[in-house]
Design a binder for this molecule. Sequence first.
Ligand SMILES: *[C@@H]1O[C@H](CO)[C@@H](O)[C@H](O)[C@H]1NC(C)=O
Ligand SMILES: *[C@@H]1O[C@H](CO)[C@@H](O)[C@H](O)[C@H]1NC(C)=O
Ligand SMILES: *[C@@H]1O[C@H](CO)[C@@H](O)[C@H](O)[C@H]1NC(C)=O
Ligand SMILES: *[C@@H]1O[C@H](CO)[C@@H](O)[C@H](O)[C@H]1NC(C)=O
Ligand SMILES: *[C@@H]1O[C@H](CO)[C@@H](O)[C@H](O)[C@H]1NC(C)=O
Ligand SMILES: *[C@@H]1O[C@H](CO)[C@@H](O)[C@H](O)[C@H]1NC(C)=O
Ligand SMILES: *[C@@H]1O[C@H](CO)[C@@H](O)[C@H](O)[C@H]1NC(C)=O
Length: 467
Amino acid sequence: MVTLTPTKLVGCFMFGIVLVLIGGIVDILYHEILPKRIQEEVTLEKGSKIYDDWVENPVTTYFQVWVFDIQNPEEVIERGDKPFLAERGPYTYREYRQKYNITYHANKTVSYRELQYYVFDEEASVGPESDIITSANVLMMTLADIIKREYSYVTEIAEIILDAADDSKLLTKYTVSQLLWGYEDPLLKRVNSILQNYNKTIDIKIGLFYGKNNTDDGLYTVFIEKSKLGEISRWNRLKELPHWTTKTCRMINGTEGRFFHPDVKTKDILYVFASDLYRSFYLDYLGEKQIKNIQLYSFVIPDELFAVSDDNAGFCTPYGHCTPAGLQNISLFKQNAPIYMSQPHFYAGDPDIINSVIGLHPTPIIHQTILDVEPMTGIVMNINKRLQINIYLQNVTNIRDSARFTDGLYLPMAWVNEIKGSFTSDLHGEDSNENSKLINPEKKISSNSKRKGQKPKVMFKDKDNDK
Ligand SMILES: *[C@@H]1O[C@H](CO)[C@@H](O)[C@H](O)[C@H]1NC(C)=O
Ligand SMILES: *[C@@H]1O[C@H](CO)[C@@H](O)[C@H](O)[C@H]1NC(C)=O
Ligand SMILES: *[C@@H]1O[C@H](CO)[C@@H](O)[C@H](O)[C@H]1NC(C)=O
Ligand SMILES: *[C@@H]1O[C@H](CO)[C@@H](O)[C@H](O)[C@H]1NC(C)=O
Ligand SMILES: *[C@@H]1O[C@H](CO)[C@@H](O)[C@H](O)[C@H]1NC(C)=O
Ligand SMILES: *[C@@H]1O[C@H](CO)[C@@H](O)[C@H](O)[C@H]1NC(C)=O
Ligand SMILES: *[C@@H]1O[C@H](CO)[C@@H](O)[C@H](O)[C@H]1NC(C)=O
């Protein structure tokens, strides 16, 4: 458990710090005028700089995506070869967030939503969003799965899929934009027109991040009292997450991961709630680093977070039905699509799933989620939140192409690094030029094997260029 021992000084100013954090805190800290400045500027009144920064995060956040391009689709389908994956990326988006509907409650909580949107940054990408790659046909697999599970009585749908399967392939070509942000599939329209007769519909578009642009990730209610500042009290009015099957797994722990309690110690366990995983997770102390003369503690998602263990039993849905280590089943939240989250390259995952495809090289630091925390204030200075999205392919009736997947295959589709910070560096000791411009990635497609020896790229613009 985390023990809260705020120092008197820091405690006084904590709420202000949180507000400033999101904006100019880095500079303030850097200039070592933290307590005074915050004391003067802490006010939540509308129109104050602090309030504005809290509402609209002025620090540039990047949402970088690497997609997995299957090199041998025919061999996989016809001969049952292992998929050979080439990693392509980054495709870089600027992520913008703006809080709205901020409402203060008498019980020392505040609730809000946060609008999020993503704008493609071609300069910082390996190519345009129109690049073509080969990946799994999520729609086909999803429909097949849904049908098997829920609508086995709707025989018309099975027929439509059967029709479609003749001319569409389970492994198919997409543009990067289609794969990530969705496209309208004529098949979906037909399916929906049939489902309407049963008073059901499914989303008309399909894509890994479909529905994520120009929307919020839920209604947050967080504590504003000092001892629990920023800790989530409720998410979408829920005190706990009913989908998980044990009491501890259902708990909503921690903050949104942008700040923690003051006076962070190396022995602390830091809890974060992640709406894209529909769960809380925790980070352990990894090491110390120094940036611009500021000492930071790095915290990392530990390898056992997604292990098959008693602690994680409640994340198996249905209860007792667990995935191999390293995977988080989120089908329940994806209209039952067989979607599974993991760390990139199945880092810390079961070797069997890593080896069931060719081209993954799970590597510490590069593929882990790491937060750099300024220990005195608990403010998170750098975020590298890394997650991979996978689809489970299995042999299902009516889809001829799926026959090779009798044993099931967790196929990586894309992974994301959400990067935030006014400056950053990595533990490899390179790229510590904090004010360097956004590094322009090589304008060529890199495959895994080529990337293997490379240092991770670090990308930040200076603040002047943020807007
Ligand atoms: C915004 O807040 C108002 C008042 O609390 C509420 O009625 C409305 O539903 C909220 N809107 C959203 C999108 O949550
Ligand atoms: C605080 O009050 C708000 C509004 O009445 C309510 O929605 C929320 O559940 C309350 N939170 C706690 C922890 O009591
Ligand atoms: C998200 O929506 C904005 C418009 O609000 C648009 O400019 C942007 O291109 C969209 N991003 C993606 C990835 O579609
Ligand atoms: C669909 O909804 C309509 C109106 O609510 C109802 O009359 C009809 O019986 C429902 N059909 C089915 C198959 O549930
Ligand atoms: C939430 O925190 C409690 C300890 O306070 C822990 O036992 C539980 O496993 C945590 N649950 C999650 C989902 O992080
Ligand atoms: C994932 O969750 C779904 C929905 O609960 C379930 O049907 C499926 O069997 C689970 N997958 C595994 C591998 O446990
Ligand atoms: C795949 O599933 C279908 C229908 O369930 C079955 O007829 C077929 O034999 C299976 N294929 C293999 C290779 O097991």
